[in-house]
Design a protein around this ligand. Structure first.
Ligand SMILES: CCCCCCCC/C=C\CCCCCCCCCCCCCC(=O)SCCNC(=O)CCNC(=O)[C@H](O)C(C)(C)COP(=O)(O)OP(=O)(O)OC[C@H]1O[C@@H](n2cnc3c(N)ncnc32)[C@H](O)[C@@H]1OP(=O)(O)O
Ligand SMILES: Cc1cc2nc3c(=O)[nH]c(=O)nc-3n(C[C@H](O)[C@H](O)[C@H](O)COP(=O)(O)OP(=O)(O)OC[C@H]3O[C@@H](n4cnc5c(N)ncnc54)[C@H](O)[C@@H]3O)c2cc1C
Length: 670
């Protein structure tokens, strides 16, 4: 072995200590052995050329160079996907998360094509008729046209009904006239829109026969396909530097009475006939929001994957890093030996598992609801909307906090861009805002919960994810504390039920004392967000536990044990985090809390020898991790030094600014 591929001795020791079959855990996380093998095959093909890494890391480039480089790499990756990967996997895998994740080997930040594949294509699939799909989809999948998703405006992001862009139907020419009447009506934020896209999905207020029918979606060509010049009547550009997403060319867009053909309205859920008659086909008023629901569902898996990356980096680094001494004169311990470090990191491993298993479960729920909707049944949509809203909110918010925790766990080196932790943070923190802000989405879930509570109160049986509300009305008093996994989950459900009940009581009391419903709701929103968070927490705990029991039925004993330790750590961690709620809504005692704390500390000790094995089980290749601190071989210090050689500032021993500024300053007299 050369020193280049020699594994760090501490990391090698950790791997020797690991007592479970790593591949078995990988299969569980991937959703089965076949899926793991398929993923590895895709990675082997796509990353065969070493992922075309940059000679100069992208963080040293100017804004223009970075963008051009991101386009260059997006084209390389797209060609690999089109010509090599899809050959193996079939075109139906175009939008698969594996391709999205493999793409991370090419970009530290983000591809300008992300929104084309992440939202433009899904909007065609979800919002167009079969005939329209036949027109647009093949061209979009083949990258003959490149699209963005332009919904948010300068003045409105959350409140979609407040969007100002208009699409007015002209029956004379059978066209829609798109117009941006005010500065606040300019589209703002759409990824890929600024420089890359030649088409986009535009969300606009539809006017026909003198009447506004609310927001609808349109496919709009904005640039010439040969020259890439913006078409007359279109004003488009890039919005400027931001915290992350700096290679995504987020853009602005305005229209000056810009005309598009009638058939460019996405007509699956509503149509405008040639004469201007408006026909609504949809059975549910919010089906035009469907692309957002799809992306919210996928974001739970994104949160898990990005957190898995961060904790892989932090745990491997913590095995390599030695600091301080436990006893005078003793050898410096690996920082992973500190219980406080384990407390920072093991919850991140468990959370990545919890979110991955919840994401798969949510995806199955999503596809089941889609199947029902195809048959004309929209009854399950409100529950899916409530679930996808709160799970998107919590998973992105927790992942953000834990990725930052992983960075803290890496001390100063975690602050280096080459660790990749700052990029991961900047990317994931945006997910808390986009596709529906955290608070706003939890309030959507709260609407559903209050309605479910009212149904349960009137004796109706409610849907499974809120079935605990039926129990709430049949049991009296506080939930009996029970330290088993099922017991902890039951108590969390009681906390949620108790909080929803308090919200309902607050709203009713406020109405009784003279407030109208809107004000009573508004005044209760702090509690409502809290109740929705509690509900969502109980859903995640329940799903994680159920899935581990189901998926480890045929596992080897040691895999069963370590996955059980992790899920117990997760349940115990959250019970300790929420002792205030537990004291309020269950019979838990001071003594029970002491026991929980001891149980938690014992779990840290038990998981410690398997920590590196557990992050290895995420099976994230070095090319995808792109981290000096987190590589499989643990050559942390060597990589940090190698990275220094790439720093353009080190090219010459003396910087020109010395002669230009410093020297004159040094020579000048006071
Ligand atoms: C490089 C080459 C690569 C090659 C190959 C690679 C392959 C890559 C493959 C795949 C890529 C995948 C990528 C996955 C990662 C994705 C990354 C994407 C990045 C995304 C960037 C960000 C994009 C955006 O942000 S787009 C803009 C999003 N905007 C929002 O989310 C706005 C949020 N606001 C709202 O949703 C709404 O306004 C609202 C819900 C807050 C309020 O709406 P409203 O006023 O109309 O409604 P009401 O509050 O009055 O409610 C009425 C009623 O309706 C119910 N309701 C509301 N919404 C819904 C819904 N969506 N569905 C169902 N029901 C809904 C609501 O609950 C109410 O019901 P009631 O019964 O209570 O009346
Ligand atoms: C990196 C990034 C990429 C994006 N990409 C796209 C894209 O490709 N296409 C696109 O169309 N958009 C995109 N967006 C826009 C994004 O969807 C919006 O920023 C997001 O939906 C939030 O809306 P907003 O910015 O209007 O925030 P606001 O709604 O103005 O929120 C500001 C604050 O007000 C609070 N608030 C707002 N309404 C309520 C309420 N009813 N009750 C309580 N509190 C409330 C929020 O909680 C928040 O704290 C992107 C944004 C980012 C950051």
């Amino acid at each position: 072995m050369t020193s280049k591929n020699k594994i760090n001795e501490d990391l090698a020791n950790e791997r020797r200590k690991c007592n479970f079959n790593i591949e078995e855990v990988t299969y569980i996380l991937d959703g089965g052995k076949e899926k793991t093998l398929q993923r590895k095959k895709i990675e082997d093909v796509a990353l065969n050329g070493g992922a075309s890494v940059d000679d100069i890391p992208e963080e040293y480039l100017s804004a223009r160079e970075r963008y051009e480089n991101a386009i260059r790499k997006s084209c390389i990756y797209t060609n690999i996907v089109k010509n090599e990967v899809l050959e193996i996997t079939g075109i139906e895998n175009y939008g698969s998360p594996v391709l999205r994740r493999t793409g991370d080997a090419f970009f530290k930040d983000i591809s300008p094509f992300m929104l084309h594949l992440g939202m433009f294509v899904p909007s065609i699939i979800g919002q167009c008729t079969a005939e329209q799909q036949a027109t647009w989809l093949p061209r979009a999948l083949d990258m003959k046209i490149i699209g963005a998703y332009a919904q948010t405006e300068l003045g409105h992001g959350t409140f979609i009904r407040g969007l100002e862009t208009t699409a007015t139907y002209d029956p004379e020419t059978e066209e829609f006239v798109l117009h941006s009447p005010t500065i606040t009506s300019y589209k703002w934020w759409a990824g890929g829109l600024g420089r890359t896209a030649n088409h986009c999905t535009v969300v606009a207020q539809l006017y026909t026969q003198g009447k506004c029918h609310g927001t609808h979606l349109f496919i709009v060509q904005i640039r010439d396909l040969e020259t890439h010049m913006p078409l007359p009547g279109v004003k488009v550009g890039e919005i400027g530097p931001r915290m992350g997403f700096n290679t995504a060319d987020n853009g602005f867009l305005g229209f000056n009475n810009y005309r598009i053909p009638r058939m460019n309205m996405m007509m699956k859920n509503a149509q405008v006939l040639k004469d201007g008659t408006y026909v609504k086909a949809a059975r549910h008023g919010k089906l035009t929001y469907g692309t957002m629901v799809f992306v919210r569902v996928t974001l739970v898996g994104e949160a898990s994957f990005n957190l898995a990356k961060a904790v892989t980096i932090a745990v491997r680094y913590s095995a390599v890093r030695r600091q301080s001494e436990l006893r005078p004169g003793s050898i410096e311990p690996q920082i992973l030996d500190y219980p406080t470090q384990q407390h920072k990191l093991f919850i991140c491993i468990a959370t990545a598992h919890a979110f991955q298993l919840t994401a798969s479960w949510l995806w199955n729920t999503f596809t089941a609801v889609q199947a029902e909707m195809k048959k004309g049944n929209v009854d399950t949509l409100p529950e899916l909307h409530a679930l996808s809203s709160c799970l998107k909110a919590l998973s992105t918010s927790d992942a953000t906090a834990y990725i930052e925790q992983c960075r803290f766990a890496c001390g100063g080196h975690g602050y280096m861009l080459s660790s990749n932790l700052p990029f991961l943070y900047a990317f994931v923190v945006a997910t808390r805002t986009y596709e529906g802000d955290y608070t706003v989405l939890l309030l959507q879930t709260a609407r559903f919960l209050v309605k479910a509570w009212e149904q349960a109160e009137s004796g109706k049986v409610v849907t499974p994810t809120v079935a605990y509300l039926n129990r709430h009305f049949t049991t009296n008093g506080k939930m009996i504390w029970d330290n088993s996994p099922e017991g902890i989950i039951r108590v969390f459900q009681s906390v949620a039920a108790g909080k929803i009940s308090l919200c309902v009581r607050s709203i009713r009391n406020r109405i009784t004392s003279g407030m109208d419903h809107e004000d009573a709701w508004l005044m209760t929103t702090v509690q409502l967000v809290n109740a929705a968070e509690a509900h969502c927490r109980s859903v995640i705990l329940h799903t994680y536990w159920n899935e581990i029991v189901r998926l480890t039925k045929h596992s080897s004993d040691n895999v069963k044990t370590v996955l059980n330790q992790l899920v117990m750590l997760y349940l115990t961690y959250w019970a300790l985090e929420r002792t205030g709620d537990l004291l309020r809504y269950s019979t838990i005692s001071e003594n029970d809390i002491d026991l929980l704390q001891r149980q938690y500390e014992e779990l840290l000790v038990k998981i410690r020898p398997n920590a590196v094995g557990l992050v290895d089980a995420f099976d994230i290749r070095d090319e995808i991790l792109q981290s000096t601190l987190g590589s499989y071989d643990g050559r942390v210090y060597e990589r940090l030094m190698e990275e220094v050689q790439k720093n353009p500032l080190n090219k010459e021993p003396v910087d020109p600014s010395f002669h230009k500024y410093l020297k004159p300053l040094m020579k000048s007299k006071i």
